[in-house]
Design a protein around this ligand. Structure first.
Ligand code: F0G
Length: 457
């Protein structure tokens, strides 16, 4: 008999979690204004709000924490991180930052000017926020495949090269860089192929436009290249990563994802001018350039995390768990962005809550229903997160309306996946009875989904 697949690690430390009653959850969600960001973590049983900063560090990362050098300037921990990034991605210059959006803030302070156009394959919301707050325009150039959740396409995160070229051609001198996000979080944790990464870099460079890779889940992207793209099956993850960055000009990184730490980020580049320029913004925003808002022990843990999470076994365990959850949803007929993404399942709320009109936010409603059902906290990646158009102030209803179930790395077991799938099935089975959604009572002008206050209709 062939042995089944199992995790490539065992558990050394545990943290208790508790169930609650439906009555308690009704009360808590009401107090949270039907916005799961406003819940207390202890009111949550299984937390799938994000895979960011929620992973479990390894014994080796904890050992590295003890070796952190807390010197203000020139700490050995910085040089350890710099060497790791240089070896992995091939970038000479590294600036640590306290998380991914801080890397964006520092680099974009240097590069983004009012009126600029910055194309990207579905910019993450903080990335878009850092562009729009500088009165520049973020334009989505993801392939049309990504908009059809039921189409099985292996590299749904890819850039639409024709659309990108049109933008580059029509805006000479006004595109300071292009953002290439790997994996593409917003459209479902979908990977970008090596061929598309290379073609994007070549196209941009032909127009004299540099490429910044938003790298939060770069290792998961490399796993998909190895397992799905012709010619890469026999290459190591580290070799693939090196090739992914060969033509890129810079990376911004949220280490809270694929470096499996609770906090941290960095900018890495081969462009000395960008490095020198960005340093000037790092110091006032983040701190001196060899610590960038982090403790020495954090820098050590990031270096270790980057090294171990670019090994095949670690990534296989990770992706297979997400795919296991997807296989359960398949059994129950629940629609999600296909194929399963690297870090999450994106449930297609529009296809489930068909009686809830767009104006009443189906995915936000489904998020509330799943919490009420079993204390599981997902996250709306849909019309609420899309914010309003900065010019017309109309809600942006033209994208997908999804409930993201983000799976923290090395935290939950496959039994938890079974509970998640069963809870979602219960909601799915009573979907015809859910006819009303939620209405906005109060919202912030930018990134409203974190703080929005809602009323149940
Ligand atoms: N880029 C991508 C693709 C991201 O997914 C995130 C964060 C960031 C940048 C910003 O990094 O949080 O360290 O400041 N994504 C998290 C999420 C928050 O839940 O998807 P950060």
């Amino acid at each position: 008999m062939e042995l089944p697949y199992a995790e490539s690690w065992k558990i050394k430390m545990i943290e208790p979690i508790r169930r609650s009653t439906r009555q308690e959850r009704e009360q808590w969600l009401k107090e949270a204004h039907y916005n799961v960001f406003q819940l207390r973590a202890e009111q949550v049983y299984i937390d799938l709000l994000t895979d960011s900063g929620t992973g479990a560090m390894s014994d080796r990362q904890w050992a590295e924490m003890m070796l952190g050098d807390e010197s203000y300037a020139g700490a050995t921990s910085f040089f350890k991180l710099e060497a790791t990034i240089k070896q992995l991605m091939g970038f000479d210059y590294v600036i640590p930052t306290h998380q991914g959006r801080a890397a964006e803030n520092v680099l974009f302070s240097l590069l983004v000017k009012e009126g600029n156009i910055i194309p990207g394959n579905a910019h993450f919301d903080t990335t878009k926020g850092h562009i729009e707050s500088r009165h520049a325009v973020a334009i989505d150039v993801t392939t049309a495949d990504a908009r059809d959740t039921q189409r099985e396409v292996l590299f749904k995160g890819n850039v639409d090269l024709e659309r990108l070229e049109t933008i580059l051609r029509e805006n000479p001198g006004n595109v300071p860089f292009m953002v290439l996000t790997v994996t593409n979080n917003t459209v479902g944790g979908q990977p970008v192929s090596m061929a598309n990464i290379k073609a994007t870099c070549e196209l941009c460079h032909r127009y004299g436009v540099p490429v910044v890779m938003d790298s939060a889940r770069f290792a998961e992207n490399a796993y998909f290249i190895k397992t799905r793209e012709e010619g890469y099956a026999d290459r190591s993850i580290k070799e693939i990563v090196r090739e992914m960055y060969q033509q890129a000009d810079a990376a911004t990184m949220s280490c809270k994802k694929d470096a499996i730490v609770n906090i941290g980020g960095f900018i890495a580049t081969r462009n000395k001018d960008w490095f020198e320029g960005a340093k000037l913004f790092c110091i006032p925003f983040e701190g001196y350039v060899t610590y960038g808002g982090l403790a020495g022990r954090d820098l050590n843990a990031i270096a270790q995390g980057l090294d171990e999470n670019t090994e095949f076994d670690m990534l296989e365990t990770r992706i297979k768990q997400v795919q296991y959850l997807a296989s359960l949803l398949d059994q129950y007929g629940i629609p999600y962005q296909r194929p399963a993404g690297g870090h999450a399942i994106f449930v297609d709320a529009d296809k489930i809550l068909t009686h809830v009109p767009k104006e009443e936010f189906p995915a936000q409603t489904l998020t509330c229903e799943l919490y009420l059902e079993a204390g599981i906290r997902g996250c709306e990646i849909g019309y609420m997160l899309a914010d309003r158009d900065p010019v017309t102030h109309e809600n942006r209803f033209n994208g997908l309306d999804l409930l993201r179930l983000a799976i923290p790395r090395r935290v939950y077991t496959d039994n938890h996946m079974k509970v998640i799938a069963a809870a979602l099935k219960n909601v799915y089975d009573r979907r015809e009875t859910i006819t009303r959604g939620v209405a906005i009572e109060w919202e912030a002008p930018l990134m409203r989904h974190f703080t929005v206050q809602l009323r149940r209709l």
